[in-house]
Design a protein around this ligand. Sequence first.
Ligand code: MG
Length: 302
Amino acid sequence: MTYNRRKFLGITASGAALAASGSFFSSCSAPLEKKGATSQVELKISCQEGVAPGKTLTEKLDFMEQLGIVGLEVWGGGLENRVNEIQDALKNRSIKVSAICAGFGGWLIADDPAVRQTCIDSMRVILEAAGALGSTGLIFVPAFNNQPSLPHKESRELLVEELKELAAFAAEKGTRLLLEPLNRGECYFCRQVADAAAIMRDVNHPAAAVMGDFWHMTWEETSDRGAFISAGNYLHHVHIASRKRRKMPGEDGAADNYTEGFKGLKEIGYSDYVSFECGSEGDPAVTLPAAVKLMREQWELA
Ligand code: MG
């Protein structure tokens, strides 16, 4: 069984893996150091492929580039068949691949061992392609609420063991694992950024990292800033959407405030991407530039 994230195309490729470099992992699980002036931290905006307007990947990248968007997030399903296509499309551009979003089969804490194995095997295929593309990591959720899973304690213990092996494989290929906490309606097992970070602390591998999604955080966190600070150097990706309806940031008016979260990102010296994972009520050719502007204004305020 696979799960869907809206707006991703299920297109599929192969390529050489990048060697894991020391600098790539140097900040993963090192103790949180006090960084310099927070104003030095750069906002690197990324966009999922399905969010940007355009009929082709080239059109989408042209649109993103003129907005100063520097990351492209792609769906993991069939990624092994798209490596060359994506590498060619990114040649001579200022845009790099950010995270890879899911796209594997099965789920890691399934009560059925065969489903767990399907998940591990298919995650390996995507991790190899992710490494070849220089991606910051593969986003995964241990299980959605509707996916029959082991009891919580057993799930957590098993997950940590599975992730040790997958993290070692990811590192070999030059990328990471990015555990994504979701809101309780989608994944009760892991809802908060700090809990995801604690799981990855137990995995204890430099390629075991987490992400935060402002949409899910709206429903689960008591503090966006606190959530990001608690994840510290385990945090390697962020998703952004409007906070009431998961549309383009700004389309939910005053609710779309990310300043406290951005403050937290600056405080931990966050150096990865903030990526659009959202729909749009209006025309993305209009709402996406407005959302980029809003993010930059709030980043300045943070
Ligand atoms: Mg997300």
